[in-house]
Ligand binder design. Structure first.
Ligand code: ZN
Length: 65
């Protein structure tokens, strides 16, 4: 019998002020205006309003400084 895991909401950190307006393209529906909802470690977490998918942008794409 497969073990069931409760989906855990990972605690998102606040996004630095200069990154709150970041937009990314949704990998599922290609929506280009997905807004950032938080930060997970060094990754920005975006949420697509159209298909409600959460996705991450790799740290290499982050602007530092
Ligand atoms: Zn989408």
């Amino acid at each position: 019998m497969a073990r069931k895991y409760k989906p855990v909401e990972l605690p998102l950190r606040r996004v630095p002020v200069d990154l709150v307006d970041e937009r990314a393209r949704c990998p599922v529906c290609d929506e280009r205006d997905s807004g950032v909802i938080g930060r997970l470690g060094l990754r920005l977490v975006f949420r697509c309003e159209r298909c409600r998918v959460r996705f991450y942008r790799p740290p290499t794409a982050l602007r530092f400084g």
